[in-house]
Each structure stands twice: as structure tokens, then as C-alpha cells.
Ligand binder design. Structure first.
Ligand code: GLC
Length: 714
């Protein structure tokens, strides 16, 4: 008969309870490997008991080691170790980076990829993933935009929900794993796009823009929340009792486990909020941080803080209860190994079904930014040259690729070769910041002169984005622009394919005949690009994050406010309005934008009512037709604008989207439902409610190509 959680806690000493709050990397354990370190290391000075009775471990180590560590661990007591890892966009089968997944606008496919990831991770002994990351991101200088689904909180919420459903399901099956939404909160607003930097914003913007996606994911049942490194109202999140107790536990009613980010408990000292480890432990415990990741302050100080009456043992018991509940929900007390095995790894990792999903996901997340008709390619008679650092590169998995191995990936050149299409290839240069070597240009020019069409595979090394990967310049690194200009001078058709973890400044590439944004497309990137270039699959991705004209335009995002002096028109010469003298106000490529090989026509927009009340709904319908020659998918987007508010309101906000597939000449009536609840926001006194008045509803294929109608809330 299994003990209840209460019985377990009653039987535990204070030291044992505190040990449950400690999370350590596997190399603290017998047989633990030296997994990749994702944060700074400190002196731990932990006793053998503190290590042997720790509550959880982080890092992907594989079934064999997990079983070995757990077996050793269970010799010392009957509470199993919980194994967590960063399964961010795949475990061994690596899917496109999350920013690319956001561009797919295809939540059900993202859910499938999360499901595949959980099957592979659980086979390797992982029970919790530190995903989804739903931080709103408006600054491409920040390296971690690659991990988010971009600049819109509605899209971030929908993608976060899909990840949670895919990972967790009903958690009854040992191939399902618990998800952890992060980083709570507003880490994406790091000042100047520099990682770990200061975050400062009004409570209104925090609540209006930055918190909603976490709330959506918490309402979807996510089991853990991870704190963020940054401050909120000048208090680091991990010790911020307003954020963690009033908002997260109170308003959001989150009952799951709160884990610190790596070392964040100890960072109160460099933040200048704490003088020593005891101070750190007190701040984090009072905020309700249940698990301390990779710093030892709870183990060293909580017992004494309780004895001194600085914190109550009730706080400790609450944290231990949440952690043991999580282990119980995961069935760990029934089976501490949860079915992990080398055989399961061999059966699931990189299996054909997962690879197929990776290819489909790559198809749907790439964005065709520009095309003068050079695409799709005709198979037979064109002599192709592939040039550039990503032409035959396997560095196409992107950051946070867990157990993914570059050798699992298929490059563009390999994809062409597999299809029996002869291409010439020259790397010409690298994609690293300090590259100034153009000795490879001569060979590149030679094959370009012999070719009919040139494919330039350009971008930034994957190490130039991700955690700690921030850039003040966001153009193509190294000598890639020089390469592009040299090739362009030949006057032949040039197709640029981009491999990057952030929106780049691509303003110098606009004379290319086509630009395909591939992001880091994962292990099936090469074949997916081949399929898109030849029109075997029609591109359908839409930008989840705006591409700025240049770094000086940052932040630029679609749901901005009007200001008191809006620019009268795109080409207005008015001086005294909000504008730049040297660039347009609009981004180079806008949120929601993405081309297709076919044309979708929108007409017959209709509202069944133009008056909305708290009790009624408005049905918006619009006819979408494929008037081109290629079958294709279209993301039909719904935006709303609150014309007059008690505070200024965004010019539009995404409130719905539907990805539909249409054959040539096929039409479909797409419907959205508008309810009063969709109009609620944080009004002048920060109460969350709708306000009567006029609204504009927009429907279309991007945030800048829309049909509109008006209605009134009474
Ligand atoms: C890192 C990241 C976080 C990750 C954690 C564990 O510092 O901020 O996203 O989940 O540490 O690797």
C-alpha cells in the first residue's frame, strides 16, 4: 500500500524536506555524465545526504545513466529523483526552432511534434521538460527570440497550449511528460536586447502584453512554472512575492510546482538585493519558489531560517507537498524508472514517423518573404549552383537541440543529391561574426558563372542566437553580404535561403529574386527546402515576428498604438508626425506576412450583426478563394481594434487564426466568432473589462493586408 503524501512528509526530517527542494546536475551523482552546462557553476559544498536525497536532477543523460542514478538513489530512501531537461524543440528528432514553429500558425502540428518529443524523452528517462517558453519578444537583438513564438501574446498562448497538450496529454501514460512554462515573467523584454538585463515596464503593459500567454498555458494545465532571471518592478522574479504569490498563485490560481531558473536564487546577490546565501534562501522561499536549480542556498540555510523564525516550516511543507504531488502524478512512486529503457530509445529516437513530422513541420514553418516568380523551380532544364555557408551545412538544428546531433540532419546539397538533381556547390565563406576571409569567393564565382540559377544559403551560426547569444548588429555576419553582391552582379536569378535564430536586417538582400526564411529547420531541413523550392509543397509560413528595416528601428511590432501624431500615410512628407527621416515606420516584413506560389482572394466579408452585447455573439464570415494554379495553405487571420478606450489601444490585435488548405479554384467560407470577452482589457483603473463603443474587425492573410468592418459593443 503506497504511503500518502501527508504520511511521507510526516516521516521526513526537516533536512530531508529541504533536500527535496534541491535540483542538481547529473554529475553530482554516481555514474552521472558531464552533461552540457547551461549556466554558471558555484561552490556547492553539499553533504552526501543532501546530494543523495535531492529532489530532482536536470540534463538529458539517457536511459542507461538515468536508471543507474535512480537505482543508486533509491538505496537511500523511497522518494525517487525527478529527471528534468530542456526538451525545447525535440529530444533526438529535432524539429524547427520554436520561433519557426510559431510561423507555422499550425498548433495541432506543433502538438504532434511535442508528442513525439515526449515519447523520445520519456524513453530516455526524462519526466519533465523545461518547455514551452512563451516569453513575448519584440527585440531581435535578444538571442532567445529563437526559443519563443514571437511578438504576439495570443499566438504565444496558442502555441504554448499546443506544446503542453503534446507533452502532457492526461499524464496517465508513461510516454507523456510534465511541461514547465517559462520564464515567468517578461524575460523577453530584457532592455536593449541584452540577455539577463533589466526589465522595466508599466503594470498595464505587463498585464496586457506579457502575462496573457503564461495564463493561457497555466489554464491549459501546465504542471510547472519556471522563474525568470529579470526583475519585475525592480525585484528579481524569483524573489518577487507580488508576482509569484499575488499574481501566479492568487490571480492565476497556479497550484503546480515553481522552479527557479539556473542559479537565479543565488543571483539576488549580484542583483544587489541580498547580502548572502541566507538572504537568498529567505527571499526565494517567501516568494514560494519550490525548487532551487543549481545553487545550494536552501540546503545551507532554510533549516536555520526556520529555527530563527525567519520563515515558517509551513512554507517548506507546502513546497515539498507540491513536489511530491508532481512525482505522484507522474507515477514515480509506482515506477521510479517510468518505463525508460535503452530498447525504447532505439525504437523511438529518429523513427521514420518522427522524421516525417519533422519534415512536415519544416514545410509549414518556413516563410517565403519575396518571390518574383523565379520559384517554384522547374526540375528539368535548370543548371543550379548552391553557394554559401549553409549550402551543405548540418548546423541547421539551432540552439537548445537537446540530444539532437548535427549528423542526423540532411543538408540542402544532400537533399538535391538524394533526388538525383545535379548541383554544383561552394561554401565560399562562413557565417561567423569575425569571418573576413574571401578566398573562397573565386571558386564560388566560377560555378555561379556556369549556372542558370544560383541558390545562396546564408545566415548566422547557430551559436549566435539562443541563451547568451545576443547581437547588437543583426545583419548577415562576416562577408556574406559581399558574397551576395558579387553573385548578384552576374545578373542571373538569385534565390536566398536564410538560416537564422532571429529576424535579421535583410534590407541589403531585397534585389534577390526570392528570399525563403528557413530559420533553423531541424533535421529534415534540406529535404523540406527541396520540396518548397520545387513546389512539391507550397510555402505557407507567416511571420510570427516583424523583420525591422534596420537595428535602429527596434522595437518594431504590429500591435503598436496610434500616438497623437500618427503618420498620415506611408508616403506622407509631413514632418511633425511620428516618423523617421531615413526609414519608413513600417517593418521590412510584417507580422503575419508570408507568400505562397498561389494567390488567395478575400471577398464577401460579412457580419451577421453589427451590435454586440454581453449576451450575444457576432459571426464574421469571409470567402477565401485560391485563384492561382497551385494548391496551398493560407493562414486566415482575425484582428480587432478598440477605436476609443479609457486608455490608448493597439491599432490591431490578433484574436484568431485558421490555417486552411485550398486547391486551385477552390473557395471556402471562413468563420470567426466575436464575443464580448474578446474585447476585455486592463482599463484606466486596471480593471479587466470591456468598454462600450465602436470596434473594427479585420480579416486577411497578414497584419497589413486586411479587409475590415465595424461593430458596436453596447
Ligand atoms: C537556463 C535557461 C532555462 C533552462 C535552464 C536549464 O539558464 O534560462 O531556459 O531551462 O537554464 O537548462
Amino acid at each position: 500500500m503506497l504511503k500518502t503524501i501527508e504520511q511521507r512528509i510526516q516521516a521526513m526530517s526537516v533536512t530531508e524536506k529541504i533536500a527535496q527542494l534541491q535540483q542538481l546536475a547529473p554529475y553530482f551523482y554516481e555514474g552521472g555524465s558531464n552533461m552540457m552546462v547551461t549556466g554558471p557553476l558555484e561552490e556547492y559544498d553539499l553533504s552526501k545526504e543532501m546530494i543523495q536525497k535531492a529532489g530532482s536532477s536536470l540534463g538529458n543523460i539517457g536511459a542507461k545513466e538515468m536508471i543507474q542514478i535512480q537505482r543508486e538513489h533509491m538505496l537511500h530512501h523511497d522518494i525517487p529523483l525527478l529527471f528534468m531537461a530542456d526538451v525545447i524543440h525535440g529530444y533526438r528528432t529535432i524539429f524547427p526552432i520554436p520561433l519557426a514553429l510559431g510561423c507555422s500558425f499550425h498548433p495541432s502540428l506543433v502538438e504532434q511534434c511535442a508528442r513525439d518529443s515526449a515519447v523520445e524523452a520519456s524513453a530516455s528517462g526524462i519526466q519533465v521538460t523545461f518547455s514551452p517558453m512563451v516569453d513575448l519578444t519584440r527585440d531581435p537583438r535578444w538571442g532567445r527570440v529563437m526559443e519563443s513564438s514571437g511578438e504576439d501574446n495570443f499566438l504565444n498562448g496558442e502555441m504554448g497550449k499546443a506544446f503542453v497538450k503534446g507533452y502532457q496529454g492526461d499524464l496517465k501514460d508513461s510516454t507523456q511528460i510534465a511541461a514547465c512554462v517559462k520564464h515567468f515573467a517578461a524575460y523577453g523584454a530584457s532592455e536593449a536586447g541584452r540577455d539577463y538585463n533589466h526589465v522595466d515596464m508599466s503594470e498595464r503593459i505587463l498585464r496586457e502584453q506579457y502575462l496573457p500567454a503564461y495564463k493561457t498555458v497555466i489554464d491549459a494545465g501546465v504542471k510547472l512554472v519556471m522563474t525568470s532571471f529579470n526583475t519585475i518592478d525592480a525585484v528579481p522574479s524569483t524573489g518577487n512575492t507580488w508576482l509569484m504569490r499575488d499574481i501566479l498563485r492568487g490571480e492565476f490560481d497556479f497550484k503546480g510546482t515553481l522552479i527557479s531558473d539556473w542559479g537565479a536564487v543565488g543571483e539576488f546577490i549580484p542583483h544587489g538585493l541580498a547580502t548572502d546565501g541566507a538572504d537568498c534562501a529567505r527571499l526565494a522561499m517567501k516568494a514560494g519558489c519550490d525548487i532551487e536549480m543549481m545553487t545550494p542556498h536552501y540546503n545551507h540555510h532554510v533549516k536555520k531560517l526556520i529555527e530563527q523564525g525567519e520563515i515558517s516550516e509551513t512554507l517548506l511543507n507546502e513546497s515539498v507537498t507540491r513536489i511530491l504531488n508532481l512525482k505522484e502524478e507522474l507515477g514515480m512512486f509506482m515506477d521510479p524508472y517510468r518505463g525508460a529503457s535503452v530498447e525504447k530509445e532505439q525504437a523511438t529516437h529518429l523513427c521514420p514517423k518522427h522524421r516525417q513530422h519533422a519534415r512536415e513541420m519544416a514545410h509549414e514553418s518556413m516563410v517565403l518573404l519575396q518571390n518574383n516568380g523565379v520559384l517554384p523551380l522547374k526540375k528539368q532544364d535548370q543548371k543550379l549552383a548552391i553557394i554559401g555557408p549553409f549550402g551543405d551545412s548540418h548546423d541547421i538544428l539551432g540552439g537548445w537541440s537537446c540530444e539532437g546531433r548535427c549528423e542526423d540532419a540532411i543538408s540542402i546539397v544532400e537533399a538535391f543529391q538524394k533526388e538525383g538533381i545535379e548541383v554544383s556547390y561552394e561554401k565560399a565563406c562562413t557565417a561567423s561574426i569575425d569571418d573576413c576571409d574571401i578566398t573562397g569567393f573565386e571558386a564560388a564565382l566560377k560555378i555561379a558563372k556556369e549556372a542558370d540559377i544560383i541558390i545562396l544559403a546564408l545566415g548566422e551560426d547557430s551559436i549566435l542566437s539562443g541563451e547568451g547569444g545576443c547581437r547588437a548588429h543583426i545583419d548577415l555576419p562576416g562577408v556574406q553580404l559581399e558574397l551576395y553582391q558579387m553573385i548578384k552582379k552576374l545578373g542571373k536569378p538569385v534565390i536566398v535561403i536564410l538560416f537564422n535564430g532571429r529576424p535579421l536586417d535583410v534590407s541589403s538582400l531585397l534585389r534577390a529574386d526570392a528570399i525563403l526564411e528557413a530559420w533553423y529547420p531541424g533535421i529534415e531541413g534540406g529535404p523540406a527546402i527541396f520540396d518548397l523550392l520545387y513546389g512539391i509543397v507550397n510555402p505557407s509560413g507567416k511571420l510570427a515576428m516583424s523583420f525591422p528595416q534596420c537595428v535602429g528601428q527596434i522595437p518594431v511590432y504590429y500591435n503598436h498604438v496610434s500616438t497623437g501624431r500618427p503618420k498620415p500615410s506611408v508616403d506622407s512628407k509631413e514632418r511633425y508626425c511620428t516618423h523617421y527621416l531615413d526609414i519608413p515606420n513600417e517593418p521590412l516584413f510584417a507580422f503575419g506576412q508570408g507568400l505562397s506560389y498561389t494567390t488567395f482572394q478575400y471577398d464577401n466579408m460579412h457580419l451577421d450583426h453589427t451590435i454586440l452585447t454581453h449576451e450575444t455573439k457576432i459571426h464574421v464570415s469571409i470567402n477565401v478563394s485560391n485563384i492561382g494554379e497551385h494548391e496551398g495553405k493560407e493562414v486566415v487571420q482575425l484582428y480587432l481594434h478598440d477605436v476609443i478606450g479609457s486608455v490608448v489601444r493597439p491599432v490591431k490585435e490578433l484574436k484568431g487564426f485558421q490555417k486552411i488548405s485550398l486547391k486551385p479554384s477552390e473557395s471556402k467560407v471562413v468563420e470567426f466568432v466575436i464575443s464580448e470577452a474578446m474585447l476585455r482589457y486592463y482599463t484606466k483603473d486596471l480593471t479587466y473589462q470591456s468598454e462600450v463603443g465602436d470596434f473594427i474587425v479585420y480579416v486577411g492573410g497578414s497584419s497589413v493586408d486586411l479587409q475590415s468592418a465595424t461593430f458596436t459593443l453596447q
